[in-house]
Design a protein around this ligand. Sequence first.
Ligand code: CA
Length: 228
Amino acid sequence: MTPNILLVEDEPAIQELLAFNVTQCGFRALQAYDADAAMGLINQALPDLILLDWMLPGISGIELAKRLRADQRTRDIPIIMLTARTDERDKVMGLESGADDYITKPFSPRELMARIRAVLRRRAPQMSEETVKVESLELSPVTHRVFANGQNIVLGPTEFRLLHFFMTHVERVYSRSQLLDQVWGDHVFVEERTVDVHIRRLRQALEPSGTDGLVQTVRGSGYRFSRT
Ligand code: CA
């Protein structure tokens, strides 16, 4: 799954530099030149990470970060703040507004990419390439394989992403809309019952190994992946 990185930067030269580096690293770059354009893109689909310039025309980067943190739908999106400011007080303010990390311009693209990877690993474990184990299930993002009690489980691409998300977010309840955001990346143009269809397929695939009970329906709320 290619992570989508939303770049919010009004200076065209820096915007292009960011897009180039992000794309070179195998990410998908979404570009916005101000906060309103960024909100428009976020309303369509949640990005996996936002690189956010502090100084923007109109709504500032700090203000946008605060708004995103105040909204339940967007509050968990990792944010890296970009700024020309080096003052320690500014750094504190940036982090208090809800940024996960902070990088000062001019930055080395290499350092920026290392920070992006670190934040993604921390905030979105389903983006990582590490093998995940829950009970007798073992999922490898690198080989795209799933084993249950040693048996190979064959899954479609959506069921694979769904299971990967669940295995890295155990014991928590997710609504259909949240799953669409997190697994499909789109809660507007995909119908909620699509989630039910893929949950059913996932359970069917897990059933022969007796692990389908891990995927639980929480009445009135959504789904949970749970050991108990
Ligand atoms: Ca700027």
